[in-house]
Design a protein around this ligand. Structure first.
Ligand code: SF4
Length: 653
């Protein structure tokens, strides 16, 4: 067994020979290193990609802070080693270890993976293998760490069901403490691993896949899921916090460059816009805002504790934050002269956004980003992002005239019912924006178009639609490459094969776990990295399992199909998603649900929580009556035909 001293000694020989050794040393400012023997529960938080990416993950930072605030537990970090480091570790027999204490992850009580996107799945298997933990949950015993996972991708956990003991569905801030408590009680009482899993299944927001069995029809479509234990809730309702807890301010400051060298503070969680393609917008409802003063105070503390000079005010739609102008003014006044760079991503396409950026005195280095997502008004109505072209051009003029020289425009191809004319319109719109810039600032005006490909996601109104084939994607990309040439224009796009991998995994069922395993065995890892992704390996994995990739990507699902992820409830009802999908086919849009509540399902599920948190904390209407629909939910189930909520922990806060 490699103890910390042996790992440290081995690293001294390995690190001089690998790229960026700073990824593997730990010891940064604000790292927490506790006395191992003085705490009961040891948690390893793993981001299964390299340090440079994982260190910018806010979810990981939040959990690290919360766990380390406890006297009886500690959290340490681990990341995937890049290929050169992995080869050296395997040669020397060094297991995947935590950066803080240099202990093998096998020594921890709980190993928690962060899975914000699907292309981390093979890296998760690789990380378990590097520790020597059995890959399959069924092969682990009481001597192995509990392997848990959370993050946006786990709202469809099924492609990873065989490898993860328990998934956290939704927000982790409260449930992580309950998981630690259950683990401590189990350790004290003793008992089988199965007993631990059954206890975890009773926590609101925890899904233990081994307590369920999936059934399929002869044609391969999903039939239903059966629970195998009384303790297993059906559906598993996502966990939320009623009010955003104070943001962590003592973030670890890396020694090396990471993708975002900044202090991130979440100003708002959730989104009320209802863009139909947007997974995050559907699964993170309801909107909860953080008070202006709390954000400003957090920035003040963080710059003292970390020395970061860049602040990211994060949310899915920053200009929808109710007090955005007040926040921007408060931040500008309080920190003027401190040479801070403040970024405000995800702004709406309106002149007001330009005013906001102006107020922040944002350096105009990086260009101004807008995300129309589609170029024709018809298409924008289908995806429910109804911005007029006139408004877009007006905003572009405001941007150029305020001193920015580059506008970055983000689009997606492959939206439902898209034609080549809609794709041509992307090129035409980019040229029209450039032409406005030329009129105002001449040849300095630039337009950068980033065109990705739409991947239909579970739990969204587009969960029924087929994804474009490689041939369709290529035809659209060829058109754009020809049309978007010339001075001042730049185009970036995704590899169509990367899109397919995301599409297979996003709407995969339990059978996909064997494909993930076979792909990993054949060498798949770092699938999000262009230089590492091997499409042929995945096709081979599908063949070896006898599954047809097109079944998962290119099949238009009948409107009454049951999906393999439906036992995971985001609380946005399927009825709402179905209606929204049918509306999209008619080009019918919905207004921001702060203007009018569409009864998506959030309020009936969380009515008690809303009632105990009145006022502006949430952007859903207040619930005053005691005669709330929650009782009927309990009686009828969240969806017709589903059993009642059985989580014994109340859905009240
Ligand atoms: S309950 Fe109403 S206001 Fe709240 S997220 Fe759903 S539609 Fe929007």
């Amino acid at each position: 067994m490699f103890n910390p001293e042996k790992i440290q000694a081995s690293l001294e020989g390995i690190l001089p020979c690998v790229q960026k050794p700073g990824r593997y040393t730990g010891g940064e400012l604000n790292q927490v290193l506790k006395d191992w023997d003085n705490v009961q529960t040891h948690v390893a938080l793993v981001f299964p990609d390299i340090y440079d990416i994982g260190m910018s993950n806010l979810g990981l930072a939040i959990l690290y802070d919360l766990i380390n605030q406890r006297g009886d537990a500690l959290a340490e970090r681990a990341f995937s080693p890049w290929n050169d480091m992995e080869a050296a570790m395997r040669r020397s027999g060094v297991p995947l270890y935590s950066l803080e204490s240099k202990r093998s992850l096998a020594e921890f009580d709980i190993v928690g993976f962060s899975l914000p996107y699907e292309t981390l799945y093979t890296n998760t298997l690789n990380a378990l293998d590097l520790v020597g933990i059995p890959l399959f949950s069924a092969q682990r015993d009481e001597g192995h760490p509990l392997v848990i996972a959370g993050g946006h991708a786990t709202f469809n956990p099924e492609p990873m069901h065989a490898f993860i003991d328990a998934f956290v569905i939704g927000e982790g801030e409260d449930v992580i403490h309950e998981i630690i408590q259950v683990h401590q009680e189990w350790r004290q009482a003793g008992g089988s691993r199965d007993r631990l899993l059954r206890a975890l299944a009773q926590l609101w927001g925890v899904y233990v896949p081994s307590l369920y069995r999936a059934e399929y029809y002869p044609d391969g479509t999903f039939s239903h899921i059966e629970k195998l234990a009384e303790e297993a809730p059906l559906p598993v309702i996502k966990r939320i916090v009623p009010k955003l807890p104070p943001p962590p301010t003592n973030l670890i400051v890396p020694y090396i460059d990471t993708i975002h060298n900044r202090f991130p503070v979440e100003i708002m969680r959730g989104c009320t816009r209802g863009c139909r393609f947007c997974h995050a917008g559907m699964i993170t409802r309801p909107v909860r805002e953080r008070p202006v003063q709390e954000v400003v105070d957090a920035i003040a503390t963080a710059i003292q504790k970390t020395g970061f000079e860049e602040i990211g005010l994060l949310s899915l739609s920053s200009s929808d934050y109710t007090h955005i102008l007040e926040l921007v003014n408060a931040v500008s006044q309080r920190f003027s002269g401190k040479h801070l760079s403040i970024s405000l991503p995800s702004l709406r396409i309106e002149s007001f956004s330009v005013d906001l950026m102006d107020a922040l005195k944002d350096s105009r280095r990086g260009g101004f980003t807008l995300a129309p997502e589609a170029a024709t008004e018809r298409m924008r109505e289908i995806i429910n992002k109804p911005v007029s072209t006139v408004q877009l051009l007006e905003t572009a003029r405001a941007i150029y005239s305020r001193g920015w020289t580059t506008i970055k425009l983000y689009f997606m191809i492959g939206h439902p019912s898209e034609t080549l004319e809609d794709v041509q319109a992307i090129a035409d719109l980019c040229k029209a924006v450039l032409s406005e810039g030329r009129k105002l600032i001449g040849g300095r005006a630039q337009v950068h178009a980033g065109v990705s490909t739409f991947v239909p996601k579970p739990h969204t109104p587009f969960q029924w639609v087929p994804c474009d084939t490689v041939e369709q994607i290529l035809a659209k990309q060829v058109l754009l490459k020809k049309a978007l040439r010339g001075n001042g224009l730049k185009l970036t796009w995704n590899n169509p094969e990367d899109t397919l991998l995301e599409a297979w995994l996003s709407r995969g069922d339990r059978r996909m776990a064997e494909v993930v395993y076979q792909a990993w065995q054949r060498g798949a890892k770092f699938d999000a990295w262009k230089e590492c992704f091997r499409y042929d390996v995945w096709l081979d994995a599908f063949r070896s399992v006898g599954l047809e990739p097109a079944f998962y990507t290119h099949r238009e699902r009948p409107i009454d199909e049951t999906f393999p992820w439906e036992h995971i409830s985001t609380s946005v009802r399927k009825k709402f998603l179905t209606e929204d999908y049918l509306w999209s086919l008619q080009g019918k849009t919905r207004v921001d649900c702060r203007e009018r509540c569409f009864a998506c399902g959030i309020l009936p599920t969380f009515a008690d929580m809303r009632r105990t948190h009145p006022g502006e904390v949430w952007q859903c209407p207040e619930v005053k009556s005691k005669k709330i629909p929650v009782q009927s939910i309990l009686e009828k189930g969240v969806e017709k035909g589903e059993s009642r909520i059985v989580n014994p922990i109340s859905i009240t806060s």
